[in-house]
Design a protein around this ligand. Structure first.
Ligand code: UDX
Ligand code: ADP
Length: 463
């Protein structure tokens, strides 16, 4: 099948960058990204490319190149579905906040809505591709909705999980480690797989395109994220032991990472992992295991989350203890609010939880993040529902200038590993702070001995 039109439902952190790269690499295909959120679509269409809603290095250039040529952003979901041969579903699947599976299972209401919309609009055969991370066997549910509510047309459901990491999305999309496509073993299913393989073949070599059955593909995504998060919780567990024993977690990480069986990546001890995927996917895995009665399997993976929550709390407790057991009315400056560098995404960022703990201790939080607005910082805290909106607003101030954010602070806490923090004039920061001046480095990016030489009391994770 010759593919000439693709649509993607959901113009978020996954849908936006993925479709921009497909449009760049497949000039013969018209790619339309649709979303219910009018503000978001308007931002994707903003003449000023700096105003697109997602910050990713290199993304602006690719969007600017394709927009209006073969890349379109629209709120007309039905038209895009009607015209496309392949429909990607890239909507959010947050953890459920109500009912059965609350706090664990994935909320599939957005996915179901998409399936129903596709069923009601489609007038010819379609390939529907799951791009969002989904619980195993979701494809089955989508298929059932499509087959029972559709207009009698044939649907093939494929699972094609996205492995891009935020902050490096463009590079990950251009040079993926692998592309995974799961589909039905039937002849029609295999044809659909080949149609999607054909799209990726425009820039990915055949040896990197893996095809499996649908469930292997769905479960592989959850497994990959569980393994990655597990490495972080493992090194974070060692960081606490290092702090007690005098070992240095960075040295331990380097020593174990040189074992080729372990490898050097994803061994950076930190204040805890954040992001939209790791916690959600592990909770989902735990829920699935429990639903099959596999309690030991569920407990094993849940421990990765328990360790991560412990690490965040340990960081805030450490700040309070070190500042003479009280942070009441003290200004604590947060450098960074995003869950990692090079993104404006703050979902599940450790900064939110550390701030929440410190506000409970009556601290005043000053935030500087190069890409996150004050509105977003407050919205993140409000979502926790720990206190009133006005109480949050009274406890947090955002600054556009890092030196102003740090001025008169009792402590600086590094919550995101933005490169620019390393370049700062730390002598200037020290001079403007309350004494003794403390630095808590939740990302281990600053040079401890140099800061100590200036006069700071330096504490990095695990050192
Ligand atoms: C992750 C997966 O990497 C990606 O394949 C999947 O598609 C989505 O989930 P993402 O959440 O965007 O991507 O970022 P990632 O680079 O994995 O970082 C997640 C969190 O782990 C961040 O908070 C990061 O700071 C933290 N982290 C990462 C560590 O604390 N230490 C490390 O060594 C690596
Ligand atoms: P992700 O990180 O998975 O891309 P985001 O929350 O950034 O998640 O993006 C998901 C997008 O999907 C949001 O912009 C949301 O408005 C959109 N969305 C959710 N449900 C629908 C739907 N039924 N039709 C169109 N867009 C939808």
């Amino acid at each position: 099948m010759k593919i000439t039109k693709i649509c993607c439902i959901g113009a978020g952190y996954v849908g936006g960058p993925t479709m921009a790269v497909i449009a760049q690499k497949c000039p013969q295909i018209e790619v339309t990204v649709v979303d219910l959120n009018e503000e978001r679509i308007a931002a994707w269409n903003d003449e000023n490319i700096d105003n697109i809603p997602i910050y990713e290095p290199g993304l602006g250039k690719i969007v600017a190149e394709g927009r209006g040529r073969n890349l379109f952003f629209s709120t007309d979901v039905e038209k895009a579905i009607d015209e496309a041969q392949i429909i990607f579903i890239s909507v959010n699947t947050p953890t459920k906040t109500y009912g059965k599976g609350k706090g664990m299972a994935a909320d599939l209401k957005y996915i179901e809505l998409c399936a129903r919309q596709i069923a009601s609009v489609a007038k010819d055969n379609k390939i529907v591709v799951e791009k969002s991370t989904l619980p195993v066997r979701t494809a089955e549910a989508i298929k059932s909705i499509l087959d029972h509510t559709g207009n009698g047309v044939q649907f093939q459901i494929l699972s094609n999980p996205e492995f891009l990491a935020e902050g490096t999305a463009v590079q990950d999309l251009l040079n993926p480690d692998r592309i995974l496509i799961g589909g039905d073993p039937s002849e029609e299913g295999q044809k659909a797989i080949q149609a999607l393989v054909g799209v990726y073949s425009n820039w990915v070599t055949a040896d990197k395109i893996l095809t499996t059955n649908v469930w292997s593909s769905e479960l592989s995504k959850l497994t990959a994220n569980a393994f990655l998060a597990q490495r972080i919780s493992s090194i974070n567990a060692m960081s606490e032991l290092c702090e007690k024993t005098g070992a240095d977690v960075n040295e331990v990480a380097k020593a174990i990472g040189m074992d080729s069986r372990i490898g050097p990546k994803f061994l950076k001890a930190s204040v805890g992992f954040g992001g939209s995927c790791f916690q959600k996917d592990i909770l989902n895995l735990v829920y699935i295991a429990k639903s099959y009665g596999l309690n030991e399997v569920a407990d094993y993976w849940e421990q990765v989350i328990i360790m991560n929550d412990h690490q965040k709390r340990r960081f805030s407790n450490n700040i309070v203890q070190t500042l003479y057991n009280t942070v009441s009315d003290k200004k604590i400056c947060f450098l960074g609010w995003a869950f990692k560098k090079d993104t404006n995404d703050t979902r599940e960022s450790a900064a939110i939880y550390v701030a929440d703990d410190l506000i409970n201790e009556h601290a005043k939080i000053a935030v500087y993040d190069p890409k996150v607005s004050r509105k977003k910082v407050l919205a993140d805290l409000d979502c926790l529902e720990t206190r009133t909106v006005s109480a949050n607003a009274a406890s947090v101030v955002s600054f556009d200038d890092p030196y102003e954010a740090c001025a008169n602070a009792h402590a600086v806490a590094v919550l995101t590993e933005w490169d620019e923090f390393i370049q700062y004039d730390w002598q200037k920061i020290y001079d403007a702070m309350q004494k003794p001046a403390f630095v808590f480095d939740g990302r281990n990016i600053l040079d401890g001995p140099t800061l100590e030489a200036i006069g700071f009391v330096y504490q990095g994770i695990g050192s």
